[in-house]
Design a protein around this ligand. Structure first.
Ligand SMILES: *[C@@H]1O[C@H](CO)[C@@H](O)[C@H](O)[C@H]1NC(C)=O
Ligand SMILES: *[C@@H]1O[C@H](CO)[C@@H](O)[C@H](O)[C@H]1NC(C)=O
Ligand SMILES: *[C@@H]1O[C@H](CO)[C@@H](O)[C@H](O)[C@H]1NC(C)=O
Ligand SMILES: *[C@@H]1O[C@H](CO)[C@@H](O)[C@H](O)[C@H]1NC(C)=O
Ligand SMILES: *[C@@H]1O[C@H](CO)[C@@H](O)[C@H](O)[C@H]1NC(C)=O
Ligand SMILES: *[C@@H]1O[C@H](CO)[C@@H](O)[C@H](O)[C@H]1NC(C)=O
Ligand SMILES: *[C@@H]1O[C@H](CO)[C@@H](O)[C@H](O)[C@H]1NC(C)=O
Length: 486
């Protein structure tokens, strides 16, 4: 190590010592990076008791918003979330939910994609016994939501962020569904609510004139009709005639608490409606339920180039009309701990095979990508005792309880433009007990499709990018990744 890089490392070390306890709340551990590895060590520090639940003050700033087209994003278990109090999903629930969502979204493009070998029965077979909504049996719920207002006068609802469906969906009263009808938009109380009619330019469905325009997408099992109303984001920002689908019958059990807010490239998505054309926006999803992130819309969400922290990936298009609304980046390779992974040539093609997805938690990889990653991780971690068979649905886990220091090789995604993104250790590992950091049962937080590859090679999920601001600069043709932004 040269003297200057030693100084740089020392600086980094101090910076992280300062940063990490604040970020994690419960910090009895800290970490620093050395090249493509991250070293975690125990500190004599505070007890987990010190982990502060946000105060009433921090929640009230959520209620009023932080102004100028920047909405607070909360985890559904945040004390500030309207969904607070719902049972948490286990990692296995989340993997099952994500698998089923990805299978549905990409199913029509390829028969083989995203069906793990040991897949449990599709989530759609789990139906609440007594007709009420029990979230522990509803893996359809996503983790991150924003609060928005519909109609005049405004009715507020938590909406999950979505980048795959291509339309905003919200439950409307009276819900024909036997499932939960709360929260739901009471359209009869809004003076600005209008139905979209068949034959109007706003109706994408081929239906015969005069009547309401039905939602019709074989891949999305819901019944509903297209409608328009005012969408209020902050006290000073509203979108008139915002188009969405009013759901009459939600899908069991993928029924969202209120709905999904469309952040895709579709012309009627929220980013598209807020800046014309095309929409630029960014979000930062909080790593822990006790902190908050943000969704930034319609401003100058161009990727900042003035510091060396930001990695940029080319945004590439997919010609398939169904996939064209989604976001794909040009990943050309991956490395672990500084060593290139032996991924077969052509796996990451020029065919828009890496999807950025706000509705998926853990990153899912084609078998040809996952296997080299898993094998390299096991090899580079061979000084630790692997705990087999696995844990919580993951197959590469270590029980680090009792150790004082561990060193983790880091994953790097390499892009077609020569830039790359290093994933933080906290985003690479799933911890059994987040308050202890990795000093518990910890697993490699990636998973495999059993037979992916002809359409998608990777779906990068929210866990991998938590605390990183992801800037979608559609006009500039790139996505920026700014670490440690929330
Ligand atoms: C439905 O089941 C849930 C969970 O088991 C229970 O809490 C609730 O009281 C039940 N509701 C009715 C109407 O039986
Ligand atoms: C729309 O429906 C009409 C009548 O059923 C049919 O003739 C026409 O081909 C359809 N158009 C499209 C684009 O599916
Ligand atoms: C966007 O950038 C321009 C030029 O830098 C500036 O004049 C404008 O106020 C910015 N708009 C927003 C919403 O930040
Ligand atoms: C960013 O990196 C370049 C080249 O490595 C260097 O010249 C520049 O000073 C760096 N900028 C900052 C803000 O660190
Ligand atoms: C992209 O897809 C086309 C058609 O599916 C195929 O012919 C071509 O070989 C693919 N290119 C790469 C680089 O994978
Ligand atoms: C691995 O297990 C062996 C045998 O139980 C034990 O002696 C050793 O300390 C363990 N190593 C680590 C790094 O936990
Ligand atoms: C991990 O190891 C500790 C101490 O050896 C043990 O108490 C704990 O139960 C283990 N955790 C799991 C999930 O096996």
């Amino acid at each position: 190590m040269t003297p200057s890089s030693a100084v740089a490392s020392l600086f980094f070390f101090c910076l992280l010592l300062l940063l990490l306890p604040a970020q994690h709340g419960a910090s009895s551990h800290a970490s620093y990076k050395l090249g493509s590895r991250q070293v975690f060590f125990k500190t004599p520090g505070r007890s987990p008791q010190a982990s502060a639940v946000p105060t009433a003050t921090s929640c009230s700033s959520i209620a009023t918003g932080t102004g100028n087209k920047k909405l607070p994003v909360v985890h559904r278990q945040s004390p500030c979330s309207p969904l607070h109090g719902l049972p948490s999903l286990t990692a296995a629930d989340v993997l099952r939910r994500d698998t089923s969502r990805i299978r549905r979204r990409f199913a029509s493009q390829s028969s083989g994609v995203a069906a793990p070998a040991s897949a449990p029965p599709p989530a759609a077979t789990i139906i609440p016994v007594n007709g009420s909504s029990d979230s522990s049996t509803l893996p359809g719920e996503l983790d991150y939501s924003v609060l928005v207002g519909y109609g005049t006068p405004e009715q507020q609802f938590p909406m999950f962020l979505d980048t795959t469906i291509g339309t905003t969906l919200i439950q409307c009263k009276p819900c024909a569904s036997v499932y939960n009808c709360d929260p739901a938009f009471d359209t009869s109380r809004s003076s600005t609510f209008t139905h979209v009619l068949c034959g109007s330019p706003d109706c994408p469905t081929n239906c015969s004139g005069g009547s309401v325009c039905p939602f019709d997408n074989p891949n999305i099992p819901i019944e509903g009709t297209f409608a328009q109303d005012v969408l209020k984001l902050t006290p000073s920002t509203a979108v008139d005639d915002f188009r969405f689908v009013c759901m009459d019958v939600g899908p069991p059990p993928d029924l969202p608490e209120a709905g999904f807010l469309d952040l895709t490239r579709d012309l009627n998505s929220l980013p598209s409606r807020l800046s014309s054309p095309p929409g630029a926006f960014s979000y930062c999803l909080p790593q822990s339920p006790s902190s908050q992130g943000f969704l930034s819309l319609g401003g100058n969400a161009t990727v900042r180039d003035d510091d060396n922290r930001t990695a940029h990936a080319p945004l590439v298009s997919n010609g398939d009309p169904e996939l064209a609304i989604m976001y794909f980046i040009d990943v050309v390779g991956m490395s672990l701990g500084g060593e290139d992974l032996p991924i077969p040539p052509g796996t990451f093609g020029s065919n828009a095979s890496t999807n950025l997805n706000v509705g998926t938690t853990f990153t899912m990889l084609a078998q040809d990508v996952y296997t080299p990653l898993r094998d390299a991780f096991r090899k580079q971690m061979s000084q630790y005792n692997r705990s087999s068979p696995g844990f919580a649905g993951f197959d590469t886990c270590f029980n680090f309880t009792g150790l004082q220091e561990i060193s983790i090789p880091l994953v790097r995604f390499e892009f077609g433009n020569g830039e790359s993104l290093l994933i933080d250790g906290d985003q690479m590992l799933y911890y059994d007990d987040p308050t202890t950091g990795p000093f518990t049962m910890a697993c490699l937080a990636f998973t495999a499709f059993d037979d992916g590859g002809d359409v998608i090679s990777a779906v990068i999920g929210t866990y991998t990018l938590a605390s990183t601001e992801v800037v979608y600069d559609v006009a500039g043709g790139k996505v920026g990744f700014i670490p440690w932004s929330c």
